[in-house]
Design a protein around this ligand. Structure first.
Ligand code: COA
Length: 179
C-alpha cells in the first residue's frame, strides 16, 4: 500500500500470525504496550484476522504490517479521528530489526502518505516517559513534545508518566523544505 526505500507498509494477512506472535512475545517489546508477553499463536491469529479487515481511510484504528522482503518485521497502528484530519500513531519493530532505521523509515513513509495524499492536519503520539527509543524515534521524524502527564496511567501494576507528542503538517512541510 505504501512503499519506502526498503519497506512496504501493507495490510496484514493470515500468514503473518507466527512472526507477529514471536515479536509480541518478547518481554522488551511488550514492556510499554497494551499486551503482556507471551502472546500466543492463538491470540495472534485472532488479532491478525481482525487486522486484515478495515479501511485506513476511514475513522478508527487501522494496523499496517511493516514488510521487509516479504517478512513481517513490525507494525504501525493508526487511529484516524472522525474528522479525517487528525490521527494518532503507534509502532512496534521486532528486536532483530531494531537499530537500523527501519522504524524511522516506516513512520516517515506513513507521515508522507498522511500529509500529502490524505491531507491530514496533525498527527499525535503518546508514550511512556521511560521508553527512550520511542522518544528518540518521534523526535527523529519531527514530532514535538507537547506535554508531560505525571502518573497519568495505571499500567502493569504501577502509575506511569506519559509524554504527549504532536506533529503539524505545516511543521513537517517546513522541515522537508529545509532539508
Ligand atoms: C520504538 C521502536 C520501534 C524504536 O526502534 P528503533 O530500532 O530504535 O528505531 P529505528 O528502527 O528507526 O532505528 C533507529 C536507531 O537505529 C540507528 N540507525 C542505524 N541506521 C539508521 C538509519 N539508516 N536511519 C535511521 N536510524 C538508523 C539510529 O541511530 C537509532 O539508534 P538510537 O536510537 O540508538 O540513536 C522499538 O524500540 C520498539 O519496537 N519498541 C517496542 C515497542 C514499543 O515500545 N513501541 C512504542 C510504544 S509508544
Amino acid at each position: 500500500m505504501i512503499a519506502t526505500e526498503r519497506l512496504v507498509l501493507r495490510r496484514f494477512r493470515p500468514g503473518d500470525a507466527e512472526a507477529f506472535a514471536a515479536y509480541r512475545s518478547i518481554p522488551e517489546v511488550a514492556r510499554y504496550q497494551s499486551w503482556d508477553a507471551p502472546f500466543s499463536l492463538k491470540q495472534a491469529r485472532t488479532t491478525v484476522a481482525a487486522f486484515t479487515t478495515g479501511d485506513p481511510a476511514q475513522p478508527g484504528w487501522f494496523q499496517y504490517a511493516i514488510d521487509l522482503d516479504g517478512q513481517l518485521v513490525g507494525d504501525l497502528g493508526l487511529n484516524t479521528c472522525d474528522n479525517l484530519r487528525q490521527a494518532e500513531l503507534g509502532y512496534t519493530l521486532a528486536p532483530a530489526y531494531q537499530g537500523r532505521g527501519y522504524a524511522t523509515e516506516a513512520v516517515n513513509g506513513l507521515l508522507e502518505h498522511l500529509f500529502t495524499e490524505r491531507g491530514l492536519h496533525r498527527v499525535s503520539a503518546e508514550c511512556d516517559a521511560r521508553n527512550l527509543s520511542s522518544v528518540r524515534l518521534l523526535e527523529r521524524v519531527g514530532f514535538r513534545q507537547e506535554g508531560f502527564r505525571p502518573e497519568n496511567s495505571w499500567f502493569k501494576g504501577e502509575w506511569t508518566d506519559d509524554l504527549l507528542f504532536g506533529l503539524l503538517r505545516s511543521s513537517w512541510q517546513s522541515a522537508r523544505t529545509a532539508n
